[in-house]
Design a protein around this ligand. Sequence first.
Ligand SMILES: [Zn+2]
Length: 469
Amino acid sequence: MPLRVYNSLSRKKEEFVPLHGKRVSLFVCGLTPQDQTHMGHAKTYVAFDVVARYLRHKGYRVFYLQNVTDIEDRIIARMKSTGRAWNDIVAQYFAEYLDVMDRLHCTAVDVYAFATDYIDEIVEQIQGLIGKGHAYVAEDKSVYFDTTTFSGWGKLSGQKIEELRPGARVEIEERKRHPADFVLWRAQKPGEPAWDSPWGKGRPGWHIEDTAITIRHFGPQYDLHGGATELLFPHHEAEIAQAESYTGVAPFVKYWMHGGMVMVSGEEMHKSLGNFWPVTAALQRYEPEVIRFFLINVQYRGPIDFTPDLLDEAKRSYGRLSETVRTVDAERRRAPEKGKADSELRAGTKRALADFDAAMSDDFNTREAIAVLFEYVRAVNKAIETGAGRAELDSAAAAFRTVGGILGLFQAPALATDRFDGVMDLVVRLREDARLSKDFATADRIRDGLAALGIVLEDTRDGVRWKQK
Ligand SMILES: [Zn+2]
């Protein structure tokens, strides 16, 4: 099934055809490390982690690049309010981000590119833009992009340049020739960190770092640019203006992908609104895989209206899935070679993998893909009840490994699980031995002790089974 991607640039789903065969260049707007990583960040980065994982699963060689905005207004504001050095603030919150990403199994990024490591490329691009008449140096030695010189302005967002008039939400800088113009290089203000440039000391604007980084790594064109929807305008529009004016090559990016936001009870998540959810707070209450499951149980373009109740619900749903994955692993060790339900299970596994792939190839529809898994889990449980043989259970376990690898779920270390399952099988056998020798006190003690740990024993036709509640 050909992969189709919704392209924000054409506003429709298109067949995914990379610029260079099986090679895929992917860039996603990264973090500005100045505060805790929140659930909105997690949604974006988990979504694009799945995108990269699925592309790799399909045989593409993906180079996934993410920038780190390590100098920006909010970092400077933090610096002033705390008295700490800018790079100290960045180091702290970036380390926290990496830790959170690691716990959420976001492993797909190849390179994190820090903006301040690309000052040479940034200066070179700005010089090029000035040279071609697309940028101007203002009185205070800041440099602005002249949006009236770029005829393609608005092709991503649909915003027309004449529509942008001074308004409450647009901070009008006196130095700009046109309200839509944006800063490429900001002249140093007293006490601010700064780098040398032909226009004097200063720091890069936010938009220019992305094009400096991607042109350095990918050249004038690349395949996929991802980010949260709120970055589409002006950030991504500005990127297109900069890159296409600088290189003369269009389109700068072939496919633009935008992920939906995390809302909290219909409102944007924001510290000032008191509804701010750092990922670390969620991680104190929920397993990382539950959070990941919760975040991908929507198609990436869709928003999530977040409440803690929904996380509780996700915990129950994910519990059902992972319990079956674990049961299959335990059952296949003790299953007979053949079982009555083998042909149904074989057909069920084949269908589940095909349907899963169809869902993922339709613009990475993880919500549909997860629905397929729930259907498959019902089929697997039924087959186990009827009697499933080892080979088919092995195939089911392999299917769960495949889809788990793509979604970043069911990743609990196999060794620990195997060992735990082995110990549990032993405990169950010891209890059976106690019962056979009529030592009911010991048998009850084992059952009650396990119940206290959340493990229940069930008598079935094929003997005693254990289950985690
Ligand atoms: Zn960006």
